[in-house]
Design a protein around this ligand. Structure first.
Ligand code: ZN
Length: 166
């Protein structure tokens, strides 16, 4: 599959960034691998085809006072949704627990989930606080949930089965 792929190691970016508007290649790769796709809810444009948006706007006049060019302040938006955030009244905010949500111009708020390979492998943002509560060990993962539902439906259908009349 990866015969023609370009393989580059993915490392946690050094957050001692410059005041540059353009992120380093290391930060770009990390942010894209963290999010996987456009941050807008239900948009599946791959992060590698997206713009990297400064959540807190970058100040071109005085970079020290604006949003920083760091993995924490950057996220992928496809061009359409990037324009929606910048000019259309959509507002991206970060909660105290480190999670992001996006609020529409009409005031409805939607959670923004990381869907890239980093969270898939158990990683998260470098600065996200560790939750106080441990995950429930009895909680089923998606595969276990699917298997349990299949077993339940098969058990329910077992007594009702009648062969077709042909
Ligand atoms: Zn999008």
């Amino acid at each position: 599959i990866a015969k023609d792929a370009i393989v580059r190691p993915l490392t946690t970016p050094d957050e001692k960034t410059t005041d540059s508007y353009t992120p380093t290649e290391q930060v770009q790769d990390y942010v894209r691998a963290l999010w996987g796709s456009c941050m807008f809810p239900n948009c599946d444009v791959p992060a590698w085809d997206c713009d990297l948006d400064h959540r807190d706007p970058y100040d071109h006049e005085n970079p020290a006072t604006g949003g920083r060019t760091t993995a924490e302040n950057l996220g992928p938006f496809c061009r359409k949704h990037h324009r929606g955030k910048t000019f259309g009244g959509w507002d991206l905010t970060k909660g105290e627990d480190g999670t992001l949500s996006i609020t529409s111009p009409h005031g409805r708020t939607y959670p923004v989930a990381e869907t890239g390979p980093i969270p898939l492998l158990g990683g998260t943002e470098p600065d996200r606080p560790v939750p106080d509560t441990a995950p429930d060990p009895k909680r089923r993962n998606r595969i276990q949930q699917h298997e349990a539902r299949t077993r339940s439906e098969r058990a329910r259908n077992e007594g009702d089965y009648e062969p077709p009349p042909f």
